[in-house]
Design a protein around this ligand. Sequence first.
Ligand code: GLC
Ligand code: CA
Length: 545
Amino acid sequence: MTAIDAQSQPWWKRGVIYHCYVRSFLDSNGDGIGDLPGLTCKLDALRNGTPSSLGIEGLWLSPVYPSPNRDFGYDISDYRSIDPMYGTMEDFDRLVAGASARGIHLIMDLVVNHSSTEHAWFRQARTSRENPFHDYYLWSDGTNGKPPNNWGSSFGGSAWEWNEQTHEFYLHSFLKEQPDLNWRNHRLRKDIHDIMRFWMDRGVDGFRLDVANYYVKDAQLRGNSHEFVIAQPMPGNPSKTLFIPMSREVYDHTVDQPETHDALREMRGVIDEKPGRMMVGEIAQHTLDQVLSYYGDGQNELNLVFNFFFFVRRFRAKDFRDIIERTLDLLPEDAWPAWVLSSHDVIRAVSRYHCSPPMTKSMIGLLLTLKGTPFLYNGEELGLANTLLPRRLLQDPVAKRYWPLPVGRDGERTPMPWDATPNAGFTTGIPWLPVSAPAMSYSAESADPTSVLSFTRRLSWFRSHHSALNAGDMSIVAGPSDTCLCFTRRSSAEHLTITINLSDQTVAIPRGSFTSDQTPLFNTEEQPSMDSLAPWEVRIADTSA
Ligand code: GLC
Ligand code: CA
């Protein structure tokens, strides 16, 4: 690819996308649950046109549709409205207007592998085999009262649940309250396309597709194979290993079926009906080349695919370099990476890697300088860690199911700490989960120029003003030591060299090397040394000459 400039980059390639877990962001009415008016009044912190905000380009909202909340919004009962818990449609329109006035693009979570059992489609579908919505879901008679095959739910147990009214089983890849939709039904597909158009007409700029590689299942319902493992990644904290000998399901007939790509190409057609719209997909479970196959030819399937591979690697230059190199190699021409370090589903990177604040800065330094779109999970800009919660406070169905195994996702979903008032300014009521690290806060970190927040803002501002960072090519080059990650970014306007010391040791810089000859344009250190890199230092130098 030839070097290109920021101006020709679509917004979803150019800027930072902020992942907002709305329930935990800011509560405006004292019920203990974050909501849309709360988020709207914090938009200036996200982007206000000056370096005193995060300067995000996109804002992805966790699901805010009506939902019985068995899986906190990932079980949707109406795709075309807003849960009263989060506000009204007018509140939503105000959020869209406020975001667009600041140049923030809004992304909705589109959860269409499954609906809620409370959705009108399922309520009808389950009443009779003749019901016109029956075929919107996946059914089987089973054999002798037993499920038809060994497919398991990703949340544990069989993926089949008995429906008394029709005397058959329905499929649920997650909770039994999340029945899987039948993507071979073309009326359903058209309904989903119309839901996308409904939100795009209201000003939504894109969608995050929940478990997008799960849509189509094997038509013959062939059983999945199993492999025997002694060690496997811990659910919720995949960088840790669980040593429990067990037989693990390989999802060979339930995920990554070829027809899923057809469905995504159709959806891309809908996205492309309006300029500047995009979709980013969550592709879970698989190898890097399988994940990257969801870009299609680079133009015709997902615009972005989350790269989750940092979750499962150690915090070492060698590990990161390996993932980055392989990703850049395997990516189809014209496709653009999307990097993630933390989310509402896995332990926060700060806890995963046991980061000190300087180490956190090196990690955010990496996220914001790589070629690709950085996704920043709310709280990550503060350096928030996971919150340890006692069992009685756990809310996540996964945590409840696997207790006492240390899995579950509540620890990364606790509310944002805003200031020094009670409940850290998140709510005037009782927060739905205890507030994260009330000793840290947005206002305290805003006032401290050495905080992780100040660093993140400064780097994000720098990034948005340098086409090499927000649009350029990338090549990994040899750094001053194995513990450093060193790479160049190049646009038609400039050539930058980024060196990140991913270690707690000072690293000597050989005289005459490109890093030593340049006064850094950007640095974590106030007084960078020409001869060495401080522990965890992030240094960006202009190497155009
Ligand atoms: C995705 C979501 C997760 C949810 C699951 C089922 O992985 O990110 O939170 O539980 O899908 O919808
Ligand atoms: Ca509220």
